[in-house]
Design a protein around this ligand. Structure first.
Ligand code: MRU
Length: 357
């Protein structure tokens, strides 16, 4: 599957990673360079990059960059190991909800601990290999999920024409064609008159800015809607399926995703519309039996108060800005992973299969 967007460039030899600045798309296409663990942490925290799979990739790259800087500054191997442990702990604090970050950093930490490294060159090679594996994994699973998801949807709804999506789950959020948006890309190949309802996704506007930008680049027909229009469209029979991504899925299928996802699932249930979560196995948290203890990030009030620097609320008003919500498993029709399409209650079985990087 061809797709026209890539959110990152890596110069392994110089030790520079560039991320397309997702804070200013679609107004400008500017790249932000990071050169060490701390800059990577800041870029994740400030949402230069975002989206669960890409946050995990950035975490692994941040450790690689820090190792490169440590080696250049003449540290010995023991000093580097200690510094990388601090770097991993710092990166873990950047954003709390997307489990892919913790999954990727654990992979890096385990690899360092279980290898008998003789020198810093071997360490750097190891960190590069792990980061490349994660980049490739997050790309390959998107392609697999796109095919599995499109096939399932056309079985469920042979006349499917209008799908609704929330937030940005596309190439900007991953290293491949995307999760939910990857399925939509595939559907657009198969259904020539496909039309996508794009929730604007207040307050950060990932839908209005990022998903719409990707769909324009791909030439896929879409309409941006205010989040509050979704249930109305469902009630009028104008939505054939809802497709969303995930930041963390508990073992029972409860799913944390961008704030507003839960409301969509309620509307979909009321109107008998398939509600599909598309996410790689790296988004499943094997330590959580259900979604009640998924940490929900609270972001700054100003993201609600301001749109592009213009205050839209009274100066005296306070705001509250939870960035995610949890959709209970019983409201989810299917979870599409790279291992297949599962009912939420079948997810535990999927985890027993082994197709890891
Ligand atoms: O706050 P964000 O923009 O990082 O939130 C992103 C989402 O909630 C996405 O739906 C999720 O990460 C899946 S991305 C493939």
């Amino acid at each position: 599957m061809k797709f026209k967007v890539s959110p990152l460039r890596v110069d392994w030899d110089k030790g520079i990673v560039s991320f397309i600045d997702q804070r200013i798309i679609p107004y400008e296409e500017r790249w932000v360079e990071v050169r060490n663990g701390k800059e990577t942490y800041q870029a994740i925290k400030d949402m230069v990059l975002r989206g669960a799979p890409l946050i995990g990739v950035a975490g692994a790259l941040g450790v690689y960059l820090q190792a490169k800087r440590d080696i250049e500054s003449g540290m010995n191997l023991d000093e580097i190991f200690r510094d990388l442990e601090d770097t991993i702990n710092l990166l873990r604090k950047s954003r709390p909800t997307a489990v892919n970050l913790f999954w990727a950093l654990e992979k890096v930490r385990n690899a360092i601990q279980s290898s008998s490294l003789k020198n810093s060159a071997e360490l750097l090679n190891l960190l590069r290999r792990i980061a490349e594996e994660i980049i490739n994994y997050e790309s390959e699973v998107c392609v697999k999920m796109s095919e599995i998801g499109a096939k399932l949807l056309l079985e469920l709804k042979p006349n499917l024409r209008r799908v609704l999506t929330h937030c940005n789950t596309g190439a900007l959020a991953t290293t491949g064609p995307g999760t939910a948006l990857g399925v939509i890309r595939k559907l657009a190949e198969l259904v020539p008159d496909l039309m996508v309802w794009v929730d604007e996704t207040r307050p950060y506007l990932q839908g209005a800015r990022l998903t719409a930008w990707e769909l324009v680049k791909e030439g896929i027909d879409h309409r941006v809607i205010s989040d509050s229009a979704a249930a109305y469209l469902m009630s009028k029979g104008l939505v054939d399926a809802v497709l969303v991504g995930a930041d963390r899925i508990a073992l029972n299928g409860d799913t944390a995703n961008k704030i507003g996802t839960y409301s969509l699932s309620l509307g979909a249930k009321r109107h008998g519309i398939p509600f599909i979560v598309v996410a790689p196995i790296s988004s499943v948290d094997p330590n959580l039996p259900d979604g009640s203890s998924i940490p929900i990030e609270e972001r700054p009030e100003d993201e609600v108060h301001y749109i592009r620097g213009v205050r839209i609320t009274p100066e005296q008003s306070k705001a509250f800005n939870p960035a995610f919500d949890v959709t209970p498993a019983e409201l989810i029709s299917y979870i599409i992973t790279e291992r297949g399409a599962f009912k939420p209650e079948e997810l535990k079985e999927a985890l027993k299969q082994t197709t890891e990087v």
